[in-house]
Design a protein around this ligand. Sequence first.
Ligand code: SF4
Length: 459
Amino acid sequence: MEQGILAERQDQIHRTGEGPFELACNRDSLAGAVSQRACVFCGSRVVLYPIADALHLVHGPIGCAVYTWDIRGALSSGPELHRLSFSTDLQEKDVIFGGEKKLKAALLELIARYQPKAAFVYATCIVGIIGDDVAAVCRDVTAATGIPVIPVQSEGFKGNKREGYTAACKAMFTLTGTGDVSGISPISVNILGDFNLAGEIWIIRDYFKRMGVEVVANITGDGRVDDIRRANGAALNVVQCSGSTMELAKMMQEKYGIPSLRVSYLGIEDMADSLYAVAEHFKDRDPGIVERTQQVVREELAVLLPQLKQYRKDLEGKKVAIYVGGAFKAFSLIKAFRHLGMQVVLVGSQTGTTEDYAELAAICDPGTVIVDDSNPLELSKFVKELDVDLFVGGVKERPIAHKLGVGFCDHNHERKEALEGFVGMLNFAREVHASATSPIWQFVPRREAMAKAAKGEGI
Ligand code: SF4
């Protein structure tokens, strides 16, 4: 057994170039491995809660409600009800006698007080164990209040984070088809899988506007209930972070016949390719759209490319580790780092599929370590072994990087700087440069020792 890797996890790690590509994935985390993954409930909440005019009520003990706006700061251009966290705070008595009455009372009180457009009720582990009929309570409260009250069957123990995405998609699907779709342009899209963490959906909406494309619904960054209710009137679903929302796109294709495109707004090529793919889709209905899209890309690149050059000269040759939630982001990051002259030596995700990893293996350099559903022990081992200069990840990877004395770039829930779109690529380069070239890292004991050894000095 390799030090730092549990025997049962060996088949979830692969080095490109070492034998045929095979990687086990999309299975429950190994007990005791301290996975970087969050639970089913968290998966559903991160997808749904950017819907800013809905009430989000966590039915469970107060601890589950720790996943709040603070953890994923999705921005809203209007209402901000999503920033408030509500919990039924189940206690021992509720666990013994059931929590349904408490849930109903909480919903009626909150709906009367905040007048939301809809309410999502999240089932947590304990609710699954005691068997509260969340759906029945939601039906009762819908009848009493007249707003959609939607159960999210996200009991934390019933699978991995992907199950949470499924629960969120099923919940949103019940809203679609309940709004007025009149007046929607035939050149229209829904934006799926962007969460507007740093105002990024506004950047993407601006590109679409300049292309002449109407955006019907943001799903879910800066999302609105009424927009999702009429999302079935859009001509196309553009799906980023396909792990979290592709299922909704599939359901909409089946029921409403809306096709979907998988896109990414990260990096130069993927951002441009995504806009061109949308233009290509609509070019028969709107022959001018291709030229307008080329114009958007030209204008943005004219600003971006000269500025990127200055960062590349310092970053050339530095090594990067990537560990992200959904694998789609890793594809774009690898390409973005190539633009900066940097080499990705480790890449992994919490929820990648067999197809995702095969695609990753195809674009990675030989010797790159690919890892599914990793843990701090493994990640630390590889960061040291591969002598990484920069780690890209989220809130749970940040301490690993900093404790090991390498630069860190938050590309997840907590980021405050827009990293999508052409302008986002520039912000990304600036942040990567500042972190990877910080003089502080030379004083980390591990690096000091390596520098001395390189000079032939004693340690
Ligand atoms: S739903 Fe279960 S696993 Fe998730 S936070 Fe609550 S208790 Fe923990």
